[in-house]
Design a protein around this ligand. Structure first.
Ligand code: ADP
Ligand code: MG
Length: 303
């Protein structure tokens, strides 16, 4: 990939954080400060991200956008406290993240993130009781309230296997939001859903955000989803993952997804992620040295 081309595609953008009401004094809820993350196995070290710096402000919908393998999930795991940076640090309201905590809830892509032997209600109640130590009646009331908000009021007694994929994702989101986390971490939560359900879920998530104004870090490799779900987008480049640009997405929604402005933003993000000249050059390269070509192919898959 040619950084120059990509930078040219994304250069004009200046981003402004969305205003947050419940945040710390500087408005920064989650800060990645020069975060380098690695995986170590017996044989080798994989550098997943390189000196990534970005700020997620309170009540912001920050989307990490990038092709497969660019370190999106790894950054999310660092925010969740599942892995520690080898350099730099992750700060939550100014305090270094040192491990997992109930103030950062994660929603994954997988449909089987809910214990199947617990009802929907019990699934939502469980972390409220265990992690927040809420009394049973308080936990139940809060769980019922949030289930109603995600349209599952009538399914409190159902078991996960009785629900569709979209409904299970709603339970996972309800369970996370019921904890009232300082930041909601979502790793491609809708990627496994069919297109129609995915749209519904995106719309529902935005409606919930309008109501609750939670802070969200959302990972996707879909440009359209990034523009619709995000108020701001961090564009990542792969190997190792670096922050290439930040792009405003406030103005984009379902209502204007067909507009010229939306199309041009899509094109700009696409060109930033997949510079056309670099892609063409990579395709001309012989297979034996086609490291970049392989990279380009996976980039195109991700698009
Ligand atoms: P993304 O979520 O953007 O697809 P990841 O954060 O999963 O990317 O991965 C970033 C890089 O780290 C990739 O090169 C990937 O192969 C590598 N990686 C991810 N998880 C592991 C792991 N458990 N062990 C070793 N390497 C990993
Ligand atoms: Mg991932």
């Amino acid at each position: 990939m040619s950084p120059t081309e990509a930078d040219a595609a994304l250069a004009p953008e200046r981003t402004q954080p969305s205003p947050g009401s419940d945040g710390p004094a500087d408005g920064v809820r989650l800060r990645f400060d020069q975060v380098t993350l690695e995986y170590r196995t017996d044989h080798r070290v994989v550098r997943a991200t390189q000196a990534v710096s970005l700020d997620v402000h309170a009540a912001e919908r920050y989307v990490l956008l990038g092709p497969s393998g660019c370190g999106k999930s790894t950054l999310l795991k660092a925010a969740a406290g599942f892995i520690a940076p080898v350099a730099g640090q992750v700060l939550l309201d100014g305090q270094p993240v040192t491990g997992p905590g109930p103030d950062r809830m994660v929603v994954f892509q997988e449909f089987d993130q809910l214990p199947p032997w617990k009802t929907v209600l019990a699934n939502v109640v469980f972390p409220l009781r265990v992690a927040l130590k809420l009394p049973a009646d308080v936990a139940q009331a809060r769980a019922r309230d949030v289930l109603a908000r995600v349209g599952l009021g009538d399914f409190a007694g159902a078991y996960p296997h009785q629900l569709s994929g979209g409904m299970k994702q709603r339970v996972a989101i309800a369970r996370a939001l019921a904890m009232q986390p300082r930041v909601l971490l979502m790793d491609s939560p809708f990627a496994a859903l069919d297109a129609l359900t995915r749209r519904h879920m995106q719309a529902e998530l935005l409606a919930l955000w309008e109501e609750i104004r939670f802070t969200m870090l959302f990972v996707t490799h879909s440009i359209e989803e990034a523009l619709i779900v995000g108020s701001r987008i961090g564009v990542l480049a792969p190997r190792p993952g670096r922050l290439r640009a930040e792009v405003n997405a406030h103005e984009f929604s379902f209502d204007n997804a067909g507009s010229a402005a939306f199309q041009s933003a899509t094109q700009r993000l696409h060109d930033g992620l997949f510079p056309p000249a670099a892609a063409a050059a990579a395709q001309r390269r012989p297979a034996a040295t086609a490291d970049k070509a392989a990279q380009t192919a996976s980039l195109q898959d991700a698009a």
